[in-house]
Design a protein around this ligand. Sequence first.
Ligand SMILES: Cc1cc2nc3c(=O)[nH]c(=O)nc-3n(C[C@H](O)[C@H](O)[C@H](O)COP(=O)(O)O)c2cc1C
Length: 218
Amino acid sequence: MSSKKIKEYINSNRRDFSNKPFNKEMAHDDPIKQYERWFEEALESKILDPYAACLSTVDFEGRPSSRILYIRDISKNGFIFYTNFNSKKGNDLNKNKYGSLNVFWPDLERQIRIQGVIEKVNNSTSDKYFNARPRSSQIGAWASNQSENLHNRAELEAKIEFFKKKFKNIEVPRPPHWGGYCLVPFLMEFWQGRPSRLHDRIVYKKESNKWIKSRLSP
Ligand SMILES: Cc1cc2nc3c(=O)[nH]c(=O)nc-3n(C[C@H](O)[C@H](O)[C@H](O)COP(=O)(O)O)c2cc1C
């Protein structure tokens, strides 16, 4: 499709949001609990991949970079995801521990923005998750130098074969370069679409270890 056609399409499609209110009184005092409430509604609405989120990190020169990943656990501290520590995001986090997650559930007309400090989870948490993964994913974690150049697909497949043989008949150990990070939030915003772009935005900011709720202009 040409850019002109794309532009025509985009500009002729305007949908209004429905009229489901969200306000400070309805919002739980703890934003993680509020996330859990909305997550449950996302499940009830059969949203595809409700645990997918866009993670943004920033490199040492202040250049942001975003990618989708899966939030694999939620603790009272924050949001846990698993990845390769030597990836682009891992390198960014070595230099700059700040990051953000963005969850968009279009069917519910909802967005959740989360800003925080990202730290590695402890080894036993990473081990537990890694050990529960399918064997093919475990082998993949060894074979893929995530975010590094590959000459072709065959190079990756050869590495998969190499590690399949290496770990034949034994449990695949967690690679030292693979594990979990936890984004510990200091700000969370819950956005609910409303008609005429007059959306509801409730933001929580952590101040002196307490969450303070306020409403933002749409
Ligand atoms: C639906 C979906 C789920 C993904 N889940 C993960 C994940 O849990 N962990 C991960 O490292 N990459 C995941 N990815 C791949 C990332 O988007 C990205 O390509 C990869 O992490 C490398 O990013 P980086 O080069 O910025 O480090 C997922 C991609 C999609 C589209």
